[in-house]
Design a protein around this ligand. Structure first.
Ligand code: BJW
Length: 251
């Protein structure tokens, strides 16, 4: 298969850019074997809609079901490896003076790939906190036999330290993401359906501030009609081509 051709204007802008921000979603981890949210689920969890499990109400109704779902996802992610899309963003960070990687993903694969300037908008699958009082809990006591385990400080049920629907994003992280979007000369939206707010607002913040906005996704999204360039394809194919054609290196 031939390498996708990256628009010359994008290459020129990237070569001189000092500030670049990237927003990623579940699609960038799809090629690592991590299921996305809004594409068909397989196996054990095919009967559940992930959007209905990622809510405080779902946890209140059936904490064991939701906790089990997260344990299953942790196991999938532990087996997964960063893919060429993640690795290409590590190369991009090395070449841009002020680079911010904003991710909606909770899988930690960007950090495992070697990215540094990461803002995790929706938390992290491998941390837990207490459902009653939000106490952070390092190394949750998974061996207790109780599902979900209890908070060692207050006895409340533990939950994953992620952001569910109806919950606020961590304010300092969202503020930093909005600042990066406002200041970016080039803003990428990669592997996200652009449906979930406030993350979905960030490309529009960048557009309004004058950035070149580039979407990388095999499918169109509600953002597609608005972007400067829409690169249709898998992140693990398009991003390495972009790095190679911009800086002449193989990521
Ligand atoms: C590939 C690929 C490949 C495949 N390469 N691409 C304004 C308007 C309307 C509603 C709201 C609004 N503001 C707030 C809301 C409510 C709500 C919301 O957005 N609802 C919409 C769904 C309508 N937002 C919230 O509740 C947020 N909180 C909030 O705003 O607080 C203030 C507030 C409170 C109460 C009321 C009002 C305001 C919180 C949102 C939290 C989202 N949490 C989740 C779960 C995280 C934990 C976990 O992982 O379990 O985050 S939901 C889920 O969606 C997860 C994801 O991060 C997020 C985004 O999904 P993503 O990453 O885009 O994945 P997919 O599956 O949707 O798309 C994958 C894409 O990849 C597809 O496009 C594929 O084509 C593509 N792809 N292979 C590149 N190889």
């Amino acid at each position: 298969m031939s390498e996708p051709l990256i628009p010359a204007d994008l290459i020129h802008r990237l070569r001189s850019a000092r500030r670049v921000a990237v927003l990623t979603g579940a699609g960038i981890s799809a090629e690592s074997g991590v299921p996305t949210f809004r594409e068909a689920q397989t196996g054990l969890w095919a009967q559940y809609n992930p959007e209905e499990l990622a809510t405080p109400d779902a946890f209140r109704r059936n904490p064991q079901l939701v906790w089990d779902w997260y344990i299953w996802r942790q196991e999938r992610v532990r087996l997964a490896e960063p893919n060429p899309g993640h690795l290409a963003l590590v190369e991009m960070e090395r070449r841009i003076a002020d680079f911010t990687l904003i991710t909606q993903n909770v899988d930690g694969l960007h950090r495992r790939a070697g990215s540094h300037q990461i803002l995790e908008l929706h938390g992290n699958l491998f941390r837990a906190k207490c459902f009653s009082e939000d106490c952070p809990v390092e190394n949750p006591p998974l061996e207790s036999g109780e599902i979900p385990p209890r908070c060692p400080q207050c006895g409340g049920l533990l939950r994953p330290d992620v952001v569910w629907f109806g919950e606020m994003l961590p304010a300092n992280i969202l503020r930093a993401a909005e600042q990066a979007a406002t200041q970016a000369e080039v803003f990428f939206s990669i592997g996200t359906s652009a449906l979930v707010y406030p993350a979905a607002d960030l490309p529009f913040t960048a557009l309004t501030a004058g950035a070149m906005v580039v979407e990388i996704n095999p499918q169109p999204t509600p953002l597609s009609p608005h972007v400067t360039f829409s690169l249709n394809g898998a992140a693990g194919v398009v991003l390495p081509a972009l790095i190679a054609q911009t800086w002449g290196i193989v990521a």
